[in-house]
Write a protein that binds this ligand. Structure first.
Ligand code: TNX
Length: 543
């Protein structure tokens, strides 16, 4: 898909041509409106310029007449189950706002919205799609279901924001004419939710999954255990959840996912093309486990549950055999609920584990991940031990991270360890935007919307080969966050920027054009009920 990159300037002028062309063909409802009403209707009816979406597509060539959804429009799917499902999903989004029946059918026909999995274009890969919009039909083709789903996300953003409302709105429902061809820069585009510091119910997790999937995020990393809470039922060690999960930061009642609930999250994520990456943080960040089972402690004494926010005081007992029985059981049970490839084993801030013990621990635990058929991911401290072949290190350093530490990570990358980048002063969604942000932390500094977007994963970590970068993640730590409103205020508008860094070609990277596309998401979030932060560096419509 690289051959479709074009310069942002060319892209911009194509969009202008598109916008100018369409205002003249915009439908004017009724016959006898005044000139001013007609002008307003024409403005309202001007479709979003083709390609004016987040993340920016690899290529968009506007041209021709717009496509319009009307009361007779069908969603025509090919015979495949994946296309059926994606068609029903799209109908579910558009029926409430348009009020149209939008029947999903596989009875052939070349008009309406067409979802097809028959693309022969190998350059689309597993996640790419082609969207062709013209008078009478809008066709999305892909090779795999993820591509169809992403094409549908693009289609949503090409429609007026009112399409996202839950009650019937006035059209017209036009999509600018032309062709988008799109595929991601990176295959690893992740968002993390810390459900340990504060517990989030299944419904809240699903709500966030829906939101991240709007921006083609394809991994949900769940931070399932930490000092303050163990959030997943493990049959062979039941007190982890029932006792270790019984509180949270500040002393609330906490909670945990039963296996059925966890599987429900995994399945829901899969329906939005997200792979769940479970994290059990070890050997540090383990007070909830240590409190649940005395034998996991070197001194055999269980500490009390912990509801504060300090880090670095807990460690599994590296020298005891029972520790590895415990880790084996936990990884086995979690692997059995994980269709995805990865298990995250944490490994950060093990300040009360000696270096020697840390290395020994990782040498024993990484093979357990492999034993259950999974690939290990660790926070980048793993590069200070011996990363297993194929393991991924997740870099969470920031501007103040020492040159030596960066070099250690870059050297591991040169030696074949792949990297996921989540620099704390760029992609940590729990960092305050500025000094007035009521939620969040500031240990890595303030992270404005522009700052979180304005970096290049390909060149960010000096010395790390570009092809060692698997992708990016936006972590959301929850020491200060306990509701969906909190999540949304911190994630929006920054999460879409990290998603764009993961998806869009580097050639589209430009804050000045990005902020305009981002601003257009505001009315969509309003329609969806997402309570975002009206960041002052973004030109929100009507501001
Ligand atoms: C650092 S990032 C941590 C977390 C905290 C977070 C708060 C990482 C691997 N460790 O334990 O929650 O900062 O921003």
């Amino acid at each position: 898909m690289r051959q479709h990159h074009r310069s942002p300037r060319l892209f911009g002028s194509l969009l202008l041509v598109a916008a100018a062309g369409f205002s003249s063909v915009a439908a004017v409802p009724g016959g006898d409106s005044t000139g001013q009403e007609a002008a307003e209707a024409a403005t309202a009816a001007t479709p979003t310029p083709l390609g004016q979406v987040v993340p920016a597509p690899a290529s968009a060539v506007p041209g021709g007449s717009p496509f319009e959804i009307n009361s007779k429009t069908r969603i025509r799917v090919d015979g495949s189950r994946d296309a059926q499902k994606t068609g029903s999903y799209l109908a579910g989004v558009l029926r409430p706002s348009t009020g149209y029946p939008l029947k999903v059918t596989d009875d052939g026909g070349s008009d309406g919205i067409r979802l097809r999995l028959n693309s022969k274009d190998a350059s689309l890969g597993n996640e790419g799609y082609r969207l062709e919009s013209k008078r009478g039909s809008l066709t999305i083709t892909a090779r795999k279901s993820a591509g169809l789903f992403y094409g549908v996300q693009t289609l949503r953003q090409q429609l007026p924001a009112a399409a996202e409302q839950k009650t019937v709105q006035k059209g017209p429902w036009q999509v600018a004419g032309g062709t988008i061809k799109d595929a991601p820069r990176y295959g690893y585009r992740s968002a993390m939710l810390d459900v340990s510091r504060h517990f989030f119910s299944v419904d809240k997790v699903k709500r966030y999954i829906d939101q991240m999937s709007l921006y083609k995020v394809n991994k949900l990393h769940m931070h399932l255990s930490d000092d303050q809470g163990w959030r997943i039922a493990i049959d062979s060690w039941p007190k982890l959840a029932t006792y270790g999960g019984s509180t949270q930061v500040g002393g609330g009642k906490g909670g945990y996912y039963t296996k059925a609930q966890y599987k429900d999250i995994v399945q829901y994520a899969a329906s939005r093309q997200l792979e769940v990456i479970p994290e059990i943080d070890m050997p540090g960040h383990t007070n909830a486990a240590l409190a649940s089972y005395a034998e996991l402690n070197c001194n055999g004494v269980a500490p009390p549950l912990y509801t504060g926010t300090e880090v670095g005081f807990s460690s599994l007992c590296v020298k005891k055999d029972v520790t590895y029985d415990f880790v084996d059981d936990v990884i086995r049970e979690i692997a059995a609920m994980t269709p995805g490839k990865y298990i995250h084993i944490g490994g950060d801030e093990a300040h009360s584990t000696s270096h020697e013990d840390y290395v020994a621990f990782m040498d024993k635990v990484q093979p357990l991940v492999a034993k259950y058929g999974k690939t290990a991911i660790g926070w980048h401290q793993l590069t200070g031990a011996t990363p297993a072949k194929g393991a991924i290190a997740q870099y969470w350093g920031y501007d103040a991270t020492s040159a030596a530490e960066r070099e250690q990570v870059a050297n591991a990358a040169k030696n074949g360890t792949k990297l996921v980048l989540s620099p704390a002063d760029r992609s940590y969604l729990d960092m305050k935007y500025d000094k007035d942000t009521p939620l969040g932390l500031a240990w890595a500094g303030y992270v404005s919307t522009q700052r979180s977007y304005d970096w290049d994963p390909g060149t960010y970590l000096k010395g790390a080969p570009a092809d060692s970068i698997e992708g990016v993640e936006a972590p959301l730590w929850s020491e200060t966050l306990s509701t969906s409103a909190h999540i949304e205020y911190m994630a929006f508008p920054r999460l879409p920027g990290i998603a764009e860094l993961g998806w869009s070609p580097a050639s589209t990277h430009d804050w000045n054009t990005y902020k305009v596309r981002l601003a257009e998401q505001g009315p969509r979030w309003d329609a969806m009920g997402i309570g975002y932060y009206k960041a002052p560096d973004v030109p929100w419509p009507g501001k």
